[in-house]
Design a binder for this molecule. Sequence first.
Ligand code: DGL
Length: 279
Amino acid sequence: MDKEMYCHEKEAPIGVFDSGVGGLTVVREIMKQIPNEQIIYFGDTARVPYGSKSRETIVRYSKEIVHFLQTQGVKAIVIACNTASAFALDEVEREWDIPMIGVVKPGAKAAVRATRNGRIGVIGTEGTIHSKIYSQYMEELQKGIQVLGKACPLFVPLVEEGLLEDPVTDEIAVRYLSELIDRDIDTLILGCTHYPLIATAIGRVMGEKVLLVNPAYETARELKQLLECQGLLRENPPGLGKNRHQFFVSDAAEKFKRIANSILPYGILSANAMNMEQY
Ligand code: DGL
């Protein structure tokens, strides 16, 4: 199949997608680190969660979304979902000739740089942890590194329910994370885009000696470098005011908007609901 073309204009927007609201933690970092950029976000709220679905399904969803973003004239795409980065990045990259990054590699690189004892924990969805993508990549980066993965599926609904600072979240965090504490890790990757929102609770349980790596922050840094390298970094803001970013979802636009307004540095005016069947 011919690779699909993309927009080579600096002024074009960046496409960002996730299964729902989690990718907004990546958007928040992009807004902070490269504030001139314009973002088109897609949250697949009708089909969330991705974390418990098969590779084939996530690849199919990701291809549909990349196709949609491409119709919006984006210059680059960020897969702001660990599960979709684990399952679909390579396949989608093969099909589309557009600068693209996921969240796994930037997070993995930062963790390898940070560890002192070579023992790194990764928490994420079942899909991300069972894919072993983080451990494979970190072993490639540094031979002999020990990676301990733990799926924490209840963290996503806790975040979506807004229980960011709540005894229930702390209790579940203790259950999930105790085995990582026992294995003496010194670095923990928050390998799901929802988890930075409960980083305080996770940090409380892990203790101050364990460094938490937020792949969202690292991804925004790498995105900036990627755009610079490709001559696609925008020099001036688009001048459309607060409304310059656009948000699309596949369901429940009002709920998305409410959560987005609690995550992003400023409120979004609307989220457009759309049907993905045509993509
Ligand atoms: N955004 C997903 C991730 O980072 C978590 C939510 C889901 O399971 O869809 O893996």
